[in-house]
Design a protein around this ligand. Structure first.
Ligand code: ZN
Length: 441
């Protein structure tokens, strides 16, 4: 178990107040802070670059914004909460009547104390967000208001953080997280911080496979990265989109587009091994960047493990998704789950499975000699709740190794950990009774 609770707490507090968006100084500043944790390369993609069907947007900056009432009092103030301005708002300084300003105000009647999070990335518009309580307190039909947004656009760039960790095998797994949300804690500051510490831990390990870690603004950032790294991205084995990992609710995972992919099975196994109750969300086209990475051109099976998944918690995309909602302890537990999964995934080449070379009736096991494959580890062992002996495991493995079933599936069927099963499989491969074959997903 790794314990980064106090560091996670400090980084949450430092990064939370920064105004992040699709582009801009807040994203750079956030990545520079994360560089203290891991040696990220910061990539800049210029505004105007065509990326498939999209264009890298102009860079947005904001200095200040507020609404004043007729007595000159600030009743909505960006400097008090950066959610108060719709992200990518255009500049404005104007007096206006209630009937005009109301078209630009966003609040939530169902969650009257919360400020909603809104963006206007692709249409020139401006807006303010406030709690319904403040709306009722400060706004009425007969009043006049002064709105002020000191914001601007320039031909700048979109910023992405990247770290490539080379293992022995150049085949890569993708680890992606997004950095475009302003002061929102679970979605997705928790994910960015977890990803940084995950990278730091992976750098310490001797890895079989390679890992491509990216911090992108959601959607346009993922598209920009795919367009600029198309060949590398097409070769990715499978991936993770790390988001919403620090809430107060249950653990869950969102499956990759192919429910039979080994990654889904690994995750279920890890939850079960850790006695964690979890919710399974099947792949859905709505969500995060998995829909870019899993699109036809790339088809990367991409999963997310969450603790309070986006859409599912009432504070989602509101000011109540704050540092009181997430906890560094929860992020640390999620970090350990991700590490567990990647350690297991890293041990095994999941492009292959095994086929029994002696399929006709059972093999004579005494021909294998004694088989101390797993030493004394298997019995008793916390990963061997079923109390199977090595002989049982060997028999089951030979029985199920038809060349079409992956180890993760066999592991669920006979209830032992994938890595223990893999060691037994390698032993049987050396004895010539199992043979590696390409696993068609
Ligand atoms: Zn979001």
């Amino acid at each position: 178990m790794v314990d980064y609770i106090s560091e996670i707490d400090q980084y949450l507090k430092r990064l939370f107040p920064i105004t992040r968006s699709l582009t801009g100084q807040g994203n750079r500043e956030s990545l520079q802070i994360l560089q203290e944790i891991l040696p990220l390369k910061i990539l800049e993609y210029f505004s105007g670059q065509k990326v498939y069907d999209w264009t890298v947007p102009r860079e947005w900056s904001i200095k200040d914004a507020h609404i004043k009432n007729s007595r000159g009092e600030k009743i909505v103030d960006f400097k008090k909460n950066n959610l108060a301005v719709v992200s990518y708002s255009t500049a404005i300084r104007q007096k206006m009547k209630f009937s005009e300003i109301i078209k630009h105000l966003h609040y939530l009647k169902d969650l009257p104390q919360a400020i909603p999070y809104r963006t206007s990335y692709y249409n020139n518009d401006w807006g303010f967000c406030l709690s319904f309580n403040d709306f009722k307190k400060y706004f009425s039909q007969d009043q006049e208001y002064e709105v002020f947004i000191d914001a601007g656009f320039k031909d700048g760039s979109l910023t992405i953080g990247e770290l490539l960790i080379q293992g022995q095998n150049p085949q890569e797994y993708l680890i992606s997280t997004y950095i475009c949300h302003p002061s929102l804690a679970n979605d997705n500051l928790s994910g960015a911080i977890l990803t940084a510490f995950l990278g730091k831990e992976l750098l310490k390990r001797k890895l079989n496979f390679s890992y491509r870690i990216i911090f992108v603004p959601e959607t346009i950032g993922a598209i920009t990265y795919c367009a600029n790294n198309q060949e590398a991205m097409r070769k990715i084995n499978a991936g993770f989109v790390i988001t919403c990992v620090g809430g107060q609710g249950k653990f869950s995972y969102k499956q990759s587009y192919n429910p039979d992919c080994f990654l889904n099975k690994f995750i279920e196994r890890i939850f079960q091994d850790n006695n964690i109750e979890f919710i399974t969300y099947p792949f859905d086209i709505n969500g995060s960047d998995e829909r870019q990475f899993s699109s036809i051109g790339f088809r990367i099976n991409t999963v997310s493990i969450c603790k309070d998944k986006y859409y599912e918690y009432p504070y989602y995309h509101t000011s109540l998704d704050n540092l009181g909602f997430v906890s560094p302890q929860a992020i640390n537990v999620s970090l350990n789950l991700y590490l567990d999964i990647i350690e297991q995934v890293d041990k095994i080449d999941n492009n292959f499975t095994f086929i029994n070379t002696k399929p006709n009736c059972e093999a004579m096991l005494s021909n294998l000699g004694c088989y101390p494959v797993l030493g004394g580890r298997l019995n008793p062992n916390q990963n061997n709740k079923s109390k199977k002996t090595q002989r049982d495991i060997i028999s089951w493995l030979l029985f199920l190794s038809d060349g079409k079933t992956c180890l993760a599936d066999i592991s669920s069927k006979i209830d032992i950990s994938i890595s223990d099963l893999y060691e037994v499989a390698i032993f049987l491969e050396k004895k010539g009774i199992l043979k590696k074959v390409k696993y068609e997903r």
